[in-house]
Design a protein around this ligand. Structure first.
Ligand SMILES: N[C@@H](CCC(=O)N[C@@H](CS)C(=O)NCC(=O)O)C(=O)O
Length: 421
């Protein structure tokens, strides 16, 4: 049988499926020469093979096949004497079952978690939570199954293991840290066993697990198609972590340094309140917090030079996963770094079970929430903001409770309280 030609750049986990299947059944599959992602797949010849212009595409003597699972099935069936579909009708059914599961329950959730963070899709915190919850549900089910089995079907590698492992690979390499995967020890054991099988290793190479969840790359332009080597499948082995596309952040053009414009908040009339003094008092008060720090705060507070704001997350019902909720606050506080000179904040994560409520208190220089904060910190619009009326004793008490991390807060325990200072 003549070699089949696979059109794809190297390092593509969807192309790995067919290349690994080919290793198992002794079919010759070569990567197309001179394939350039973003260029070759836009040509009229390529569009004739796949109207979507996506890779991979397999060129066979009888015409083209697109969709990576279909390509892998074609390769696996092109030489009948293998066990990639099991050895009975029921095993065949289960191979197909796990291929669908790997695609719709695992891969789609990994992609919807990873790609927005890389700047390929809009980042919507609520959607991220849904993807993570969906992924945990499917990996949980997979974990339970794998507690009793080494392979997905029967006693040897089938196409189901190939598709599942390639899909898990994009997660392990791109976003699933050890912290996350350790919740699914049987999935971990399965994944590392599979990628260390010689036929997998030959194609994927060494796999390095993601060390951190990638930070959200906002305003990142989609990746320019990367320069792709013209490799034969055997040479694709070093391609492992290359596939995950990296958004290209445009380099600013060089120009003569301009004097930095003053922040409008620096032009406000001077205030008797020295923010750093308050932050120091907050940090250094170790006992009698109410009598010392809270009293000190109101002694220092200058209602003309500063304003206090309550905030409440608009989508509380979506805070279903504790560590995602905590990360959400952590990310918000990191992004607030740009106003450290002009703000102090407390963020409470409320409740001992989901959905957790996010509520906060912020002190800002000036009478409004600074414009540059509203413009540059996207989290701001995820919260409802209400100016504190300090003539209202109940609101003042609420301010105190938030500064003090007083429990119970509005009848509930605190999962965490984070301070921005
Ligand atoms: N469901 C398809 C997905 C193919 C796919 O998304 N390919 C990406 C690269 S991994 C692509 O070609 N993107 C180019 C584009 O969207 O124009 C499969 O499994 O083959």
């Amino acid at each position: 049988m003549a070699a089949l030609i696979l059109h794809s750049g190297d390092g593509n986990k969807n192309a790995f499926k067919a290349l690994i299947a080919a290793e198992y059944c002794g079919v010759k599959v070569l990567l197309a020469k001179n394939f350039e992602m973003g260029v070759t797949n836009k040509t009229p010849e390529f569009i004739k093979m796949n109207p979507l212009g996506k890779v991979p595409v397999l060129e066979t003597p009888d015409g083209a096949v697109f969709e990576s699972n279909a390509i892998a099935r074609y390769v696996a069936r092109s030489k009948g004497d293998n066990l990639l579909f099991g050895d009975s009708l029921i095993q065949y059914g289960r191979v197909e079952q796990w291929i669908d599961f790997a695609t719709t329950e695992v891969d789609s959730n990994i992609a919807r978690w990873l790609y927005p963070r890389l700047g390929f899709l809009p980042f919507v915190p609520a959607s991220e939570e849904i993807s993570i919850a969906g992924l945990k549900r499917s990996l949980g089910a997979l974990n339970t199954y794998l507690a009793s089995y080494t392979f997905l079907v029967g006693d040897s590698v089938t196409l189901a293991d190939i598709v599942m492992t390639c899909n898990l690979y994009s997660g392990f390499a791109g976003i699933l840290t050890k912290d996350f995967t350790s919740q699914f020890p049987h999935v971990e054991r399965y994944f590392w066993t599979m990628v260390n099988q010689p036929n997998f290793k030959k194609i994927i190479g060494d796999v390095k697990q993601a060390e951190a969840v990638p930070a959200v790359r906002r305003n990142a332009a989609p990746a320019k198609p990367k320069e792709v080597k013209k490799t034969a499948p055997k040479e694709a082995k070093k391609a492992a972590p290359k596939e995950t596309p990296k958004p290209v952040v445009e380099e600013p053009e060089e120009e003569a340094p301009k004097p930095k414009p003053k922040n409008p908040l620096d032009l406000l009339p001077p205030s008797k309140m020295v923010l750093d003094d308050w932050k120091r008092l907050y940090s250094n008060t170790k006992s009698n917090f109410h009598e010392v720090a809270i009293k000190g705060f109101w002694d220092m507070y200058d209602p003309e030079g500063y304003s206090l704001w309550f905030c409440e997350y608009k989508y509380q019902e979506e805070n279903t996963v504790s560590y995602v909720t905590l990360n959400k606050v952590g990310g918000f506080l990191q992004r607030m770094d740009l106003c450290r000179k002009y703000a102090f904040g407390k963020m409470l994560v409320i409740g001992s079970e989901a959905p957790f409520k996010l509520k906060g208190l912020w002190l800002f220089r000036g009478q409004e929430i600074p414009k540059f904060v509203m413009e540059e910190v996207y989290d701001m619009e995820l919260y409802e903001w209400t100016k504190v009326d300090i003539s209202d004793e109940a609101q003042k008490e609420r301010v105190n409770a938030m500064i003090e991390d007083l429990e119970p807060f509005e009848g509930q325990a605190l999962l965490d309280a984070k301070c921005f200072k």
